[in-house]
Write a protein that binds this ligand. Structure first.
Ligand code: AMP
Length: 491
């Protein structure tokens, strides 16, 4: 197992790269671009500005911004000041942004002028990276020298929480640093590589898109805002820019494969597919369409992006599922039964993850942290809630969830979070996932009580991907003999 040096923080790999390829193009967005030294200089100016405002190690800085060059400058600026960034999707309802900002207690929020009007009115210093730039640009542009250690936070990502509020997963520098070094060692990018950034930055799957190219001298191609599901646009960008690496959820991959132009994306060399189960059919279709490698990547936000990977070219023709593969460097895997005993090969159990990628825990949630990050076999382990088993060849197979967490189009959703929001308006509710047409999963909310105005009420609190596609009002809920809602008996 490799022992990557973990003393270096994420942005320091970038700073090192700036020395080597200062004039190479680092990032492109529409018709704008920045070289490595230009991006570094801007991020440094922002970092010095933030340091002046008191940002330092473990201080959380909000970043509420659309995809743009400023987004990249903002991320590196925060890291270089020593702070941890919390990405806030401007498309989220104000109430949710309000909750995240209050929970994270970010003293500073970076944004764009056009978004200020939709931000909650909190006691946070707001800086617009566009209209305030003249002021920021007065700062020096050399790398700030700061006190920062591998155990300080790099970012916080909020994910759906079953008790009604999202939870902030805290990731430190050594975890992400290990991940990025593992990636570069296992799937080395060359300076000629181009990586598409299109995953919304509020999900941890977006992180390798940003950093994989910029830590090694390759190019980051930033997709236009809002168009990350538009296959026509994505295919055009891949072709026009000669993109060599993309990540996609199986849902997006399916959509891309349905577009007959996708086969002309011949610049693609590697596609990482993850976030939900990858089917054999989809994998076959991809490998028949493009001469590129397809990896199944598995991992929860709580163990830093990717925990296992599998090269789908290795799968035999008879296999009826695509494994999630084997652990990445410094991730440890334990498959345990209900009594926390290791199960034999072939037997299903809950996947527990240990190792350097583990999050510090959930921000301000010591109870939940203690429940999900347990101490066993002399180490911390994260209980994933995923049911898996070992195959005879040592690869892991994903079977399903043991709780009410679901994935829809790659979005991680706790049904309990939607239910608690709806419960403010009705007396009983059950939200389930229905797949009436194969491949088209939808959320459906069943309630006892009026559904008038319910959709708007839910939209005011939850992001669009968590708003049920349909609301159904029932006389009464079907119950199981022991009095629980019988989800399978819902109409
Ligand atoms: P997230 O924290 O949003 O990355 O979601 C993590 C969860 O998504 C995991 O615990 C799994 O339930 C699911 N997941 C992620 N990747 C895969 C994959 N390749 N195959 C099956 N499920 C996956």
């Amino acid at each position: 197992m490799s022992n990557y040096p973990l003393e270096k923080c994420l942005h320091q790999f970038f700073e090192q790269q700036v020395e080597t390829t200062p004039d190479a193009i680092a990032v492109k967005f529409k018709n704008q671009q920045l070289t490595y030294s230009q991006l570094n200089a801007r991020a440094n100016q922002l970092a010095h500005h933030l340091i002046g405002l008191g940002v330092k190690a473990d201080v959380i800085v909000g970043l509420c911004i659309e995809r743009s060059l400023e987004m990249i400058v903002g991320m590196f600026g925060i890291l270089k000041a020593g702070g941890a960034y919390v990405p806030l999707d401007p498309a989220y309802p104000e109430q949710r942004l309000n909750y995240m900002l209050t929970d994270s207690q970010a003293p500073v929020l970076l944004t764009q002028a056009k978004l200020v009007g939709q931000l909650p009115n909190l006691n946070t210093k707001i800086i617009c990276l566009d209209t305030d730039w003249e002021l920021i640009a007065q700062q020096q542009n050399d790398n700030p020298i700061i006190e920062l250690h591998k155990n300080n936070l790099a970012y916080i990502i909020y994910t759906s929480g079953s008790t009604g509020k999202p939870k902030g997963v805290m990731i430190d520098h050594q975890s992400i640093s290990n991940h990025m070094q593992w990636m570069q060692t296992t799937f080395p990018l060359a300076k000629t590589d181009k990586v598409l950034q299109k995953t919304p930055f509020s999900f941890d799957a977006s992180i390798p898109e940003f950093y994989a190219p910029l830590l090694v001298g390759a190019q980051l191609i930033v997709a236009k805002p809002l168009l990350h599901q538009d296959t026509n646009y994505l295919i055009k960008v891949i072709k026009d820019e000669g993109v060599t690496m993309v990540q996609a959820t199986p849902s997006l991959l399916q959509m891309l494969l349905e577009d007959k132009e996708f086969k002309t994306c011949i610049s693609l060399k590697r596609v990482f597919c993850g976030g939900e189960a990858l089917s054999v059919e989809l994998k076959n279709r991809f490998l028949e369409t493009l001469n590129a490698s397809l990896y199944n990547a598995y991992g929860p936000t709580e163990s830093t992006i990717t925990t296992t990977t599998y090269n789908t070219k290795l799968l035999s023709d008879e296999a009826n599922s695509v494994p999630i593969g084997k652990a990445i460097t410094k991730a440890k895997i334990y498959i345990l039964d209900k009594n926390q005993k290791i199960v034999p090969t072939g037997v299903a159990g809950e996947l527990h993850i240990g190792g350097i990628g583990l999050a510090r825990g959930y921000l301000n949630r010591p109870d939940l942290t203690a429940e999900k990050f347990i101490y066993l076999f002399n180490q911390r382990l994260y209980k994933t809630g995923d049911l898996v088993r070992y195959r005879a060849d040592g690869n892991i197979e994903f079977i399903g969830r043991i709780d009410n967490q679901v994935k829809i189009r790659g979005f991680r959703i706790e049904l309990g979070e939607i239910e608690s929001v709806i419960m403010k308006h009705v007396s009983e509710v059950a939200v389930i996932v229905r797949e009436d047409q194969p491949g088209n999963k939808r959320l459906v909310a069943y309630t006892v009580g009026s559904i008038d105005g319910l959709r708007d009420a839910v939209k005011a609190e939850l992001p669009n991907y968590m708003v049920p596609a349909a609301f159904v009002s029932l006389e009464k809920m079907p119950l199981t003999p022991n009095g629980k809602i019988d989800r399978r008996a819902l109409p």
